[in-house]
Ligand binder design. Structure first.
Ligand code: ZN
Ligand code: ZN
Length: 270
């Protein structure tokens, strides 16, 4: 399989001339099955999902969306992507169960008046909302394992996705300093590719702890310890400019290969 990085930013989009090369859209990754031309699985639907329509060969997306958590930067692109809003669209959307609410109602907390003009039913196509499965499950032909991970404000899931040729894990918002369960560690153990929260750097430790995020340095240590093949630093702070990210890349010290996520990048998983 391969990954399309459609949005790599955290918290809020970052437009403007200082954010052109790494991109300003928030979290969204397309997962393209081996031998296919386009994704059948999306990790989150931040504003980066707006990049999907022009990259698809078909008019409408058909597949599943795995939502890590319900913070705005991970779902706010959903109603603004044309490929997700056609009559021929089919989406199975998985959201972390919490507060005793149905997955549809969880989404509707931010996607309904007065916060937003339409409710989930206002999206065209066939939409089905599911709780994130508690057990390893086949979704769109991929083996998907989810586990709760530490972040801040609501329930947050990390995902491990595998096919017959490779594996990746997706933990865009994660505070490992708050502790990791065995299930969380198993998500990332020996994956070929890990996309992980790298919003802050160690000199910003106080704010990383306050906001429930990781630093670049601890992410590298975590990935190396877990036997990860390639680490993709993901969910960049919206104040981190292209020049900042270039510098970050130059100064990196890592025992494993590290890639700084850039919008538009394709990453093979094998
Ligand atoms: Zn986020
Ligand atoms: Zn978050």
């Amino acid at each position: 399989m391969k990954l399309w990085l459609l949005g790599v930013r955290g918290s809020t989009p970052a437009p403007g001339p200082n954010f052109v090369r790494y991109g300003g859209h928030t979290s969204c990754v397309g997962v393209v099955p081996t031998g296919a031309r386009e994704p059948t699985l999306l990790m989150d639907a931040g504003t980066g999902v707006r990049n999907l329509t022009e990259k698809l060969h078909s008019d409408a997306f058909t597949g599943s969306i795995l939502v890590s958590h319900l913070h705005w930067d991970h779902i706010e692109g959903l109603p603004f992507c044309r490929a997700l809003d056609r009559t021929t669209t089919r989406v199975d959307m998985y959201l972390p169960a919490q507060l005793g609410a149905s997955p549809r109602d969880l989404l509707a907390r931010t996607m309904s008046p007065p916060s937003f003009p339409i409710e989930p039913e206002g999206l065209h196509g066939t939409w089905t909302f599911h709780d994130v499965p508690a057990e390893r499950t086949k979704i769109e032909g991929f083996a998907v394992t989810a586990a709760e991970i530490a972040h801040k404000g609501g329930r947050t899931m990390g995902y491990r996705v595998e096919d017959e040729t490779g594996s990746f894990a997706y933990l865009p918002d994660h505070a490992p300093s708050r502790g990791m369960s065995e299930a969380a560690r198993e998500l990332i153990a020996d994956v070929d590719v890990l996309l992980h929260d790298a919003q802050f750097v160690e000199s910003e430790r106080a704010i990383a702890d306050e906001y429930g995020h990781a630093t670049v340095e601890e992410t590298i240590a975590l990935a190396a310890d877990a036997g990860v093949g390639t680490l993709v630093l993901f969910h960049h702070s919206p104040v981190r400019t292209d020049a900042d990210l270039d510098l970050l890349g130059q100064d990196l010290e890592s025992p494993i290969p590290v890639v700084i996520a850039r919008e538009g990048m394709t990453i093979p998983v094998q």
